[in-house]
Design a binder for this molecule. Structure first.
Ligand code: PLP
Ligand code: ZN
Length: 414
């Protein structure tokens, strides 16, 4: 039983069948999945959702498949953590961390989009899946392709962190490192997709892929007790996740699952790759592509596919965007780890540091509910903090050696 009508152009509204298509052949606008909301409204309810398994597929009526999912059926429903220690440190009343650093199976929010994309790819009859990746997407496509018995090809910039590279090749996929940045990889992959006829999750089946991101938003709302948060901070690469969080909350209001939605969306980027936040700060809706130069590789996209629409989503929600330096993002990683015991990757450090900045700028008030999107795991980007944490003190294996440390320590404290 499916509620998917087909694909629809976001610009001119022209309808397309449910195939591996992503751009409108008339106006070149992006295609989006179109649902029968009136039909969904008749069958969906809070109780029905709550009665289902704790995975992203509990919202299956709002996801782009014709049949039950076949890949990544355990993905999602990650913790929403009430972050009282970090709240105190930042000087705010009500703060939450939506923690996809522990998503299954590859510890980032990309497991959501990949579960949707590969399940759809199987429905469409593809045998080979592929992606252009800044790291996390490759991890997830490789892992979930194994689970779904699909052949996979992962194309990534050659300079990614070891955790991201090994965290892809371990699954026995075909990994291709490419000299240059993500934007070059992505351009090349568009040509490969045409020639080889594979399902490129973030290119020719992007409309289905992107819908998976909505579940991050649904979960936040459900976990807050069926209430939309007032402010959400989201790290941006291509700009898709932030749009889909906004869409998810609006859909829940439209379907009567929540009373209303007045959530403001705030985009977070690293200053070394900040085409979206720069446009927002300049009051422009035009993206000026950049050449990325930041340690936040997972969100280092210089020419974001959804740049224009993410700016629109931010403006319409009454939100804003900011960017932070590599030093600030490292401080963000350390602040989250030392207050909440959550070790996030560079993109998460960006989200925390941008939140701090927006509070200081009084763009976000301190007395309303705030959710910080933590989208990836710090164990994959150890290089970022390698020289920024205290090294363990090495001693001999006897109590005297340890006593010596403690004595010095007491001297310090006094
Ligand atoms: C991909 C990614 C994002 C942002 O994704 P977009 O939807 O492309 O904006 C954020 N955080 C992490 C860790 C990611 O891997
Ligand atoms: Zn069109």
């Amino acid at each position: 039983m499916s509620f998917v009508k087909g694909l629809k152009c976001r610009e001119c509204g022209k309808n397309y069948p449910k195939k591996a298509l992503h751009v409108c052949s008339f106006c070149f606008g992006p295609l989006e999945v179109d649902y029968e909301y009136e039909e969904i409204k008749k069958v969906i309810s809070r109780e029905k959702i709550e009665s289902r398994g704790k995975t992203m597929w509990r919202y299956k009526e709002l996801l782009p498949l014709d049949n039950e999912p076949t890949v990544g059926t355990q993905v999602g429903y990650t913790p929403l953590v009430k972050a009282d220690n970090l709240a105190k440190s930042l000087g705010v009343d009500e703060l939450y961390i939506k923690n996809d650093s522990v998503n299954f199976p590859t510890f980032s929010f990309k497991d959501r989009v990949v579960s949707a994309a590969l399940s759809k790819a199987k429905e469409l009859g593809f045998k080979t899946v592929a992606c252009a990746t800044t790291g996390n997407l490759g991890n997830s496509v490789a892992a979930q392709a194994v689970q779904g018995n699909l052949e996979s090809y992962i194309f990534m910039p050659a300079n990614l962190e070891q955790g991201k590279v090994i965290g892809t090749s371990i699954y026995g996929t075909n990994v291709i490192g490419i000299n240059g940045n993500y934007d070059g990889v992505n351009r090349m992959c568009s040509e490969i997709a045409d020639k080889y006829g594979w399902a490129f999750v973030n290119i020719n089946i992007r409309p289905y892929y992107a819908e998976g991101s909505k579940t991050y938003g649904y979960e936040i709302v459900e976990q807050l007790g069926w209430k939309a948060p007032k402010h959400v901070i989201v790290p941006m690469a291509g700009g898709s996740l932030i749009i889909k969080i906004g869409k998810a909350i609006k859909e829940m209001a439209k379907l009567g699952l929540i009373d209303g939605s007045d959530t403001s969306l705030y985009g977070a980027q690293a200053s070394g790759s900040s085409p979206i936040s720069t446009a927002v700060k300049n009051g422009s809706d035009v993206i000026k592509p950049v050449i990325p130069d930041t340690i936040a590789h997972s969100i280092a996209i210089g020419n974001p596919a959804d740049g224009y629409y993410s700016i629109k989503a931010i403006h319409e929600s009454g939100g804003w965007a900011e960017d932070v330096s590599d030093d600030e993002l490292i401080e963000g990683i350390k602040l989250l780890a030392s207050t909440e015991g959550i070790f996030t990757e560079t993109a998460g450090g960006v989200a925390v540091a941008v939140t701090k900045k927006l509070l200081e700028q009084e763009r976000i008030p301190r007395d309303e509910s705030i959710v910080i999107s933590i989208t990836g795991n710090g164990l994959k980007t150890l290089e970022a903090v390698l020289d920024k944490v205290e090294k363990p003190r090495v001693i001999e294996a006897n109590i005297e050696s340890f006593n010596e440390i403690m004595e010095k320590r007491e001297a310090c404290i006094v």
